[in-house]
Design a protein around this ligand. Sequence first.
Ligand code: BGC
Length: 741
Amino acid sequence: MTNLRKCAFLLISLAAVGPIMAQQSTPAQQPKPPEGSKPMAIKGAPKDPTELKIDQLIKKMTLAEKVDMIHASSSFTSGGIPRLGIPELTMSDGPHGVRLEHGRGWDETLVHVFDSATYFPTGVCLAATWNPQLGYQQGSALGSESNARGKDVQLGPGINIIRTPLNGRNFEYMSEDPYLVSRMVVGEIKGMQSQGISACVKHYLANNQEIGRSHIDVEMSERALREIYLPGFKAAITEGGANTIMGAYNKFRGQFCTENAYLIDTILKKEWGFKGIVISDWGAVHNTMEALENGTDLEMGTDLSMLPNPDYHKFFLGDTVMTLVRDGAVSEALVDDKVRRILRIMFKTHMMDHSRAKGAFDTKAHQMVARKVAEEGIVLLKNTQNLLPLNKNVRRIAVIGANADRPNAQGGGSSQVRSLYEVTPLQGLKNANSNVEITYAQGYTIARGAQADKALIAQAAQAAAQADVAIIVGGWTHGYDYAVWKDNAYDAEDVDKPDMNMPFGQDELIKAIVKANPKTIVVLMGGGPIDMTQWENTVPSILQAWYPGLEGGTALANILYGKVNPSGKLPMSFPVKLEDVPAHKLGEYPGDDTTVRYNDGIYVGYRYYDTYKVAPLFPFGYGLSYTTFGYSNLSVTPAGPGKVTVRFTVRNTGTRPGAEVAQVYVHEAKCSVDRPEKELKSFEKVYLEPGASKTITLTLNKDAFQYYSEAKRQWVMEPGRFDFLVGSSSRDIRLTGNLEL
Ligand code: BGC
């Protein structure tokens, strides 16, 4: 195997936990199907003309043809039936760009340019914009690229709740807060599907850590499930209309998520009425009978073309299904239901009549969407001494840190993108102002276990001392070489971070730079918080840049120079230290060999910090601007049964145009069950010229006031006094009102 070949192999094996063959799953070995999980009956002839066409097609299919449609035919396709004009379903990762090609027909040793795509800011950066319209735009640009690259299903968005900062895939996800996730995901899915392809929201459910992801059994209360972990998925399906959803690798209450009776059959299909396709994560099916009966519609997995004798018929939803149906052990109607779902989405996305309008990829317009998202997603965490925006007196800048000069598009695992180009922070600063002299010093070396490098630090400190301003770009890393990504990556699939400490001796570096030049700005890359305790109070300006996509360096420079006024807000709390995190303090992480218990329940993120009075370093919803905003005139009025109108005015009280995310939190003063100190229930991003103001009117419905009662097994609104907290972050509440409901 050449090195490249090895990389490709590693990549494929990471995308699925080994080729799992269905031989292990003969009927004799099947555990009894869980009680209550009956084959789904299809009653009566559907009236809808498309459903009638589907009936006709299903009637013409042999059992073998049906079964071919419910499992992979290559690493990113599932079977079609050419004689009936049914194409293969073609899929691609991932949440922030169309992945480079893999699998059948692709020679991995070739360097392709025709499988490039726009590398958009990752999910967490998109969420930090708090701008659902921008979510729509990014979704729509991504959908267009997916379509142009010949895909039918784009494997994203990823919306698992950010429960611990250590999760290696937080960068792909959105938030610790179910309401923010819901608003952002609906916009993104609608945008993606406006381009004719299908979104695939993932990973359903509770894939909140990478350690043990292939087997860990997640236990949580029904209340935590309903209030924290389900709402984003529910919104994606019932409001966003996602055509497909991906079952997670892990278990939930003892059963693998991809074939979980409660999650898929009871909640997704019966409660929410989902009519689309449940796709397994790659290699996530473990049992033919459970997958058949509990609602898995399509089994995807390892690219067996890499192995000597690829045979996808050996998948759990392959030949074994034929045997089971022929032996009368399962009803063919079960298979028909899966085929029907696949065909339904094929008709809906114009795969059958080939009339889908063509998309485009690598366009200037898409690159500009990526830039806009980065400009609105980068968060200004601290800005004292008026260091930012950089003023005209700044003639020499020392740019320091390996992250300043490092591309990220190919990092992180299955979400990798072959970006046509990527403006790094260093490049962005160089492009921004030719009158400013830029020197670059690496400062630290990216390698697992690398310690502070005295020589690199001395060199960087010297550069800083000679400059007007030092900009350190550090934080987490992503790994851009597939073969070794786990050696140096912290934000990546299949690995969690060992702790929250700055790797590679960056604490020492930052301290030395501040000493050499107090005018130091720290820019942090990464999917979430990092421990800043050693230097935070000595550094005048700090920004969180996430992984900001192919135009990230431009966006960052625009913010540093004040061409763009920052408006990003944290979609997650930044704790002072790891020990403060509720998952670690109240709950378990990463659990034992088999199980992780979410004893933290509903107290995830700020719900915990605020209720338990633990001060975070930077709170949820927080982010600075170069201007200031004033809040006034709050009114809270009933607007019909269970509805409340919240009205207030936001004014730009500073001297620059800017955008503010006005946030509305709700708290029930007294309740028979514990409720968090506050919960986000509405928000709006407003753009205001200096001196301008806008009256914001937001209507909250009963969802904003209910909790999930475990005793009654339903949502309950308990009458009483509700407080309405309006502000600029979860801890910067400017107006309060209340109402008896
Ligand atoms: C990941 C999914 C991804 C799939 C296909 C899996 O390892 O968990 O997010 O879509 O591989 O690459």
